[in-house]
Design a protein around this ligand. Structure first.
Ligand SMILES: *[C@@H]1O[C@H](CO)[C@@H](O)[C@H](O)[C@H]1NC(C)=O
Ligand SMILES: *[C@@H]1O[C@H](CO)[C@@H](O)[C@H](O)[C@H]1NC(C)=O
Ligand SMILES: *[C@@H]1O[C@H](CO)[C@@H](O)[C@H](O)[C@H]1NC(C)=O
Ligand SMILES: *[C@@H]1O[C@H](CO)[C@@H](O)[C@H](O)[C@H]1NC(C)=O
Length: 425
C-alpha cells in the first residue's frame, strides 16, 4: 500500500515521456532543422526586398520558418505568471499592426502532457514540459502553427479547430483573412464575439497571417524562469526578446484568490476565518517567489547570453504610467510604437475598474490605485506570512514590507518603491 502512490507517479511520468515521444515522432519534421543559416551552408538569406520566404532558399524550403531573414523578425516573449498583468502587456503587443500575437499556447502542452499534475514541481515533469515547450515555441516563432495541433484536443481535422485556447485574444485570428465575421474597421473586437462569430479556426490561414506580420509575440505563463529559456534565446535562428513581467507577490496572491476560486479555496478560508488551514498548499505562493527570484537574479546579473534580450517590467510601474512604460517597452524591442497601441492604452486605462471584473482573465483595466488594492483584501497575517516567505524577492524588486495592519491599510503610503530597471543593452 505504502508505495502505491510512488507507482502512480512513476506511471504518470512514464506516460508523459511516452506521449511526448509519440508527439515528437509524429511531427518530427520541425526537428530536422536545417543547419544554422550562414552564407556558406544555405545560400544567402533574402535581402530586405525578398518578400517570398521561399525564394532562393535551395535546401531549406521544406522548413518555412527557417527561410525568413530572421534578423528582420523580432520574436517577442512576455514571460510572466498568472495574475501578474500579462494579459495587459499582451494587449500592448497585440494591438500593434505588425505583430502577430498568441496568448499562452503552452496551455495546450500542459493539458496534454500533465493534465492532472497541473502544478507539478516534479523535476522530471518539469524537464519534459520545458523541452516540449521550447520546441513548440521555436516552431510558433517560425509561424509553424501545425505543430501546435499535436497538442490540441480533440485533434484538429483538416487543419481546422475551434479549440485553440483564447483564440479571441489574438487580433490577427479574429480578423481577415482568418475570420470574415468583422470588417477591418471594427476596432477592438471583443474576445467572446470573436469566438462566437468566427468560424472554426483554419490553421493554414492562421499560419499565413503569422507570416504576413513582421513580428511574432507570445505570452507565456508556464515557463518558470528565464534560465529555462536559454536554449531559445541563444538559438541563432531566432531573434528573441524577453519582456519579463513581475508583480508584487502579495498582489498576485490576492488576485489569484479572487480568480481561481477552487484552487485557492483554502486561502479564502484562511482569509475568512483568520486561521491558516493545516493542509494549505503553500507551494502556491512559494513557487511564485522562487521563480521570480531565480529569474530576476539571472536577468539582473547580466549574463552575456541575455545581452540586448531582456527587460524587466514591474506591473505596478506599468499601471502607474502605462504610456511611458509602453514606450520604453517598444524602445527595447526596437520597434516603433503605432497609433493603435496608444489608442488602446487611452481607452483601457482610464480606471474603469468595474470593467475588469467582466472577464476572468480579461485584460486588466487598471489604475495605479488598483495595483495596490490587494492591501484592502488580504488579512495582515497573510501578508506577514507572504513577506516572510518572499522576503528576498520583495527586496530585490523594491516592494516594501509592512510592519503592522495599520501600515498595510494606510493607502496614502505606497509599498512600491521607486526603482529603475534599465534594460540590459
Ligand atoms: C536582413 O534584413 C535586414 C534589414 O531588412 C538587412 O539589413 C540584412 O542584411 C538582411 N540579412 C541578410 C543576412 O540578408
Ligand atoms: C477533411 O477533408 C476531407 C477531404 O476534403 C473530407 O473528406 C473530410 O470529410 C474532412 N474531414 C472533416 C472532419 O471535415
Ligand atoms: C483553409 O484555408 C486554406 C487556404 O486558404 C484552404 O486551402 C483550405 O481549404 C481551408 N481549409 C478548410 C478546412 O476550409
Ligand atoms: C498614513 O501614512 C501617512 C504617511 O506616512 C501618515 O502621515 C498618516 O498619519 C498615516 N495615517 C494613519 C491613519 O495612520
Amino acid at each position: 500500500m505504502q508505495c502505491s502512490w510512488k507507482a502512480v507517479i512513476l506511471l504518470a511520468l512514464a506516460s508523459i515521456a511516452i506521449q511526448y515521444t509519440a508527439i515528437r515522432t509524429l511531427t518530427s519534421k520541425p526537428f530536422q532543422l536545417c543547419p544554422v543559416p550562414s552564407p556558406q551552408n544555405c545560400g544567402l538569406l533574402g535581402g530586405p526586398e525578398t518578400e517570398s520566404p521561399m525564394e532562393g532558399r535551395a535546401g531549406c524550403d521544406d522548413y518555412p520558418y527557417f527561410s525568413f531573414n530572421t534578423s528582420r523578425k523580432t520574436h517577442i516573449m512576455v514571460l510572466a505568471t498568472t495574475r501578474s498583468g500579462s494579459s495587459f502587456v499582451g494587449q500592448l503587443l497585440n494591438q500593434h499592426a505588425d505583430i502577430f500575437y498568441l496568448f499562452e499556447p503552452l496551455y495546450h502542452v500542459q493539458t496534454t502532457l500533465i493534465p492532472r499534475l497541473s502544478h507539478s514541481r516534479n523535476a522530471a515533469d518539469r524537464r519534459v514540459m520545458l523541452g516540449a515547450s521550447r520546441d513548440l515555441l521555436r516552431s510558433l516563432y517560425g509561424c509553424d502553427l501545425y505543430f501546435l495541433e499535436s497538442y490540441i484536443k480533440p485533434a484538429p481535422a483538416n487543419h481546422t479547430t475551434d479549440k485553440l485556447f483564447r483564440r479571441g485574444a489574438s487580433r490577427a485570428l479574429c480578423s481577415q483573412p482568418v475570420c470574415d465575421a468583422f470588417r477591418p474597421t471594427d476596432a477592438n473586437v471583443e474576445e467572446g464575439d470573436c469566438v462566437k462569430k468566427c468560424a472554426a479556426l483554419n490553421m493554414t490561414l492562421a499560419a499565413d497571417a503569422c507570416r504576413e506580420k513582421r513580428h511574432v509575440a507570445i505570452k507565456v505563463v508556464r515557463v518558470p524562469e528565464i534560465g529555462d529559456l536559454r536554449a531559445l534565446v541563444e538559438d541563432p535562428r531566432l531573434n528573441i526578446k524577453v519582456i519579463q513581467l513581475v508583480r508584487d507577490p502579495r498582489g498576485i496572491l490576492s488576485s489569484r484568490i479572487e480568480t481561481f476560486r477552487d484552487t485557492y479555496r483554502l486561502w479564502r478560508i484562511w482569509r475568512a476565518t483568520g486561521r491558516r488551514p493545516y493542509n494549505l498548499d503553500l507551494s502556491q505562493l512559494t513557487v511564485v517567489c522562487e521563480d521570480f527570484l531565480g529569474s530576476v537574479s539571472t536577468g539582473l546579473s547580466h549574463p552575456h547570453w541575455l545581452k540586448g534580450k531582456y527587460m524587466l517590467v514591474r506591473y505596478e510601474d506599468l499601471s502607474r504610467n502605462p504610456l511611458l512604460k509602453t514606450m520604453e517597452i517598444y524602445d527595447f524591442l526596437g520597434l516603433p510604437m503605432d497609433k493603435s497601441v496608444e489608442e488602446w492604452i487611452q481607452t483601457n486605462t482610464r480606471g474603469s475598474t468595474e470593467l475588469s471584473a467582466k472577464h476572468k482573465y480579461g485584460t486588466v483595466r487598471d489604475s495605479a490605485a488598483n495595483a495596490e488594492s490587494w492591501r484592502l483584501k488580504l488579512s495582515y497575517d497573510m501578508v506577514e506570512y507572504t513577506q516572510a516567505t518572499c522576503q528576498k524577492v520583495l527586496h530585490q524588486l523594491g516592494y516594501k514590507a509592512v510592519k503592522s495592519a495599520e501600515e498595510l491599510k494606510n493607502m496614502s503610503l505606497s509599498l512600491v518603491q521607486d526603482k529603475i530597471f534599465v534594460p540590459f543593452l
